[in-house]
Design a protein around this ligand. Sequence first.
Ligand code: SF4
Length: 276
Amino acid sequence: MNISLAENYGFCFGVKRAIKIAEENQNSRTYGPLIHNTQEIERLESDFKVGLTDRLDDFKAGETAVVRTHGITKDELATLRERQVEVVNATCPYVTKPQNIVQEMSAEGYTVVIFGDEEHPEIKGVKSYAQGAVYTVLHVKDFEKIEIVGRVAIVAQTTRKVEDFLEITEYLVKRYKEVRVFNTICNATLENQEAVEALAKKSDVMIVIGGKNSSNTKQLYTISKDFCPDSHLIESPQELEKIWFDTKQECGISAGASTPDWIIQDVIAKIKEITA
Ligand code: SF4
């Protein structure tokens, strides 16, 4: 079995930065999961005493709250500050950017369109910075339900595909006279996506490692499956099945932006062990 890693995979700049910030703030708690990776969150808890809570009310004055990579809403941030909680902001700068754009554009009277999943914490955060009309869309057909008036500004969830963003922006440009397009899709995501495509094309089995609730890992898996039907999404080496590798020769590996290197190494070791 030949095992090859994608040219770009795993931890991105924003996640590395957030983990470093968390490690520097021992005895703190993150509000919501810092990153989409259960194992890494457990490591931060056991090695650095960085806890996790999903309840804003758990934070008391004087405590430290680490804001997760994908941000929180403007109101939540204000509430923490009002309660005199020490806020350490680990929001990725690539997420802060659409938050700022939405705030600015909506202050200038633009109708804001956000291309993304409205249930995703990043989008809830970005949306909260709008002061006027704001709509979240995932598909062109979502425009049927909304009526846009005047000037439009559009941003994208950092983990979306550029091709899908183009479809949405094309729809708007064809219908509205003034459309400000901000491509806020993160390069780290793109690089990992291009690399998984290239590797999937020459592999007969692909293993994509990452959190099953991670949007960018799921995207990598979808791309991988398009080019290599025998693609599998796993969170840990225990999920590997020997049968996946029977009759295969080229195994490609990629990992989501929140997947730590030690898990990737464990998966490679396990593949070697079961295919030996
Ligand atoms: S994927 Fe991009 S936006 Fe998300 S944390 Fe990483 S660098 Fe930031």
